[in-house]
Design a protein around this ligand. Structure first.
Ligand code: NAD
Ligand code: DAU
Length: 340
């Protein structure tokens, strides 16, 4: 797979920018075109270290813009599609943009991919499309789990997965899909639990935990997600799905927050319980044995190591996240006010 041109959508976001940095470091022979609308979640600062390289091109634009997408795809071999509205709480407050970007945007990309004979369309999706597992059970999501999305966000991602598969079945598109669990690490927008907790602690504010905080997520360090995508791009089977996850044990949200408080040497009473999220999925857990046995991938960073690295990064990069908190004050107020 040498000297390929890859269209990355949403490459200025959290996972997309980590992926571009990883890919350019490990595959310097390839060219990356990053198409990103720079919504509240997009940040070109993440890519400062590659922005002047001749094999990196940034294009500010929307994936729903068919003319632009066609023009870019004309020179591309591969598409890696990250662009999405990604935050569940925002989808509860305002679902419209989730439908536009996650469903309509994906459809535009698929049409353009067919029209431009794209060799490989890789769709980044989420384990949230599978719904909610029973707390305390040992069941896990796998490639065979039926879809059961329960939030506007996960329903829009589920729709996009169905569209990708339909373009494979109906028109022969060479696609792969990864359904990944909760990522954490550098450059994550401080609206998601882990960076939100770190930023609150640094501002000496209590950390809001929804409901009883016994909900469970399957946490994956973002660099491990990047290596999973790399494996699928290099040797994934056409029209196959791979679920990707990190943990082999259940860690409730309150334990995640307590881990952060311990690492930051702060008291546990900084954790406060607030009104629960509507339709809150209680448990995610991923059985990633297929990608392990078929492609030889497994996570390499333990939860403790990943959390240490993540806390250290946010401590050293206040200049990155503080302006985002101020610029998004209206959202934080709308989501959290009156919850206590
Ligand atoms: P993010 O919100 O940090 O970044 C999304 C990026 O997409 C931003 O740069 C934004 O500007 C861009 N974007 C949004 N709408 C766009 C549009 N219409 N046109 C062009 N660009 C647009 O998201 P993330 O956490 O990096 O997630 C990336 C992908 O991975 C998403 O598809 C998400 O569903 C999926 N995913 C995320 C996680 C997670 O834990 N964060 C886990 C599994 C899957
Ligand atoms: O599972 C993959 C998904 O993980 C991705 O598809 C999404 O893009 C990503 O946002 C993430 O969704 P979650 O809703 O699981 O992530 P979030 O960080 O918002 O919440 C994690 C858990 O923490 C969840 O149980 C809700 C809880 N929570 C979250 C926030 C923001 C709190 O208790 N308090 C909070 O303030």
């Amino acid at each position: 797979m040498a000297n390929q041109t890859i269209l990355v959508t949403g490459g200025a976001g959290f996972i997309g920018s980590n992926f571009i940095l990883y890919w350019m470091n490990n595959h310097p022979e390839d060219k990356i075109i990053n198409l990103d609308a720079l919504t509240y979640a997009g940040n070109t600062k993440n890519l400062a270290s590659v922005s002047d390289l001749p094999n990196y091109i940034f294009v500010e634009g929307n994936i729903t813009d068919r003319e632009l997408v066609d023009r870019l795809m004309a020179s591309c071999d591969i598409v890696v599609h990250f662009a999405a509205e990604s935050h569940v709480d925002r989808s509860i407050l305002n679902p419209d943009t989730f439908i536009q970007t996650n469903i309509i945007g994906t459809h535009v990309l698929l049409e353009s991919a067919l029209h431009n004979d794209i060799k490989h369309f890789h769709h980044i999706s989420t384990d949230e499309v599978f719904g909610s597992l029973k707390l305390g059970s040992d069941t896990q999501f796998s490639e065979h789990t039926p879809y059961d999305p329960r939030s506007p966000y996960s329903a829009s991602k589920a729709s996009s997965d169905h569209l990708v598969r339909a373009y494979g079945e109906t028109y022969g598109l060479n696609y792969t899909i990864t359904n990944c669990s909760n990522n954490y690490g550098e450059y994550q927008f401080p609206e998601k639990l882990i960076p939100l907790a770190i930023s609150h602690i640094l501002a000496d504010k209590p950390v809001p935990v929804y409901g009883d905080g016994l909900q469970v997520r399957d946490w994956l360090y973002v660099q491990d997600h990047c290596t999973a995508i790399e494996k699928v791009l290099q040797s994934g089977k056409s029209q196959e799905t791979y679920v990707v996850g990190g943990l082999t044990e259940d860690i409730p949200n309150i334990e995640v927050v307590k881990t952060i408080l311990r690492i930051m040497k702060k008291p546990e009473d900084m954790l406060i319980h607030v009104t629960d999220r509507a339709g809150h999925d209680v448990r995610y857990s991923v059985n990633w044995s297929k990608i392990e046995s078929d492609l030889g991938w497994k996570p390499s960073v333990s939860f403790e190591e990943g959390m240490q690295k993540t806390v250290a990064w946010y401590l050293a990069n206040e200049a990155w996240w503080k302006p985002l908190v101020s610029a998004n004050a209206a959202y934080f107020k709308k989501n959290y006010q009156g919850r206590e």
